[in-house]
Design a protein around this ligand. Structure first.
Ligand SMILES: [Zn+2]
Length: 127
């Protein structure tokens, strides 16, 4: 595999987003951005389809931060529908979801409640 220094990241909890270049955290899983996307570029296409999958020695992974995934899904809303609701967990007592694909688990006394973000991503809806 050929290395691409611009896409390599330090093993200290952050790596550069391939979309915007900002440092994206990866605390929950070392090789993946938190609540983002990690896509082997070979999986994006086919021979003649923008990415030439015959270049096995030139493969690398695209990592996108949460905000860049949102930009993508807002640009291509049909893909957002294919992904469906509850695509990533939001940890913490946040009053509002971070986006329409968020879910969270809450505990009230001895009961656990799962919440999904509303269609517009502005409020939590108990399931
Ligand atoms: Zn980004």
């Amino acid at each position: 595999m050929k290395t691409h220094p611009e896409f390599e990241y330090p093993m200290h909890g952050f790596h550069p987003c391939s979309g915007c270049g900002n440092m994206a955290p990866h605390h929950s899983q070392v090789n993946y951005p938190d609540n983002g996307w990690s896509i082997p570029i070979d999986h994006l296409g086919y021979y003649g389809g923008f990415t030439d999958t015959n270049k096995a020695d030139d493969s690398y992974t695209i990592n996108l931060c949460h905000d860049c995934v949102l930009k993508f899904l807002e640009t291509f809303p049909m893909i957002g529908l294919l992904i469906g609701k509850g695509g990533h967990s939001q940890i913490g007592p946040d009053e509002k979801p971070c986006c329409p694909w968020a879910w969270k688990l809450d505990k009230i006394e001895n009961a656990y409640i799962t919440y999904l973000a509303s269609e517009d991503g502005q409020q939590w809806l108990a399931q």
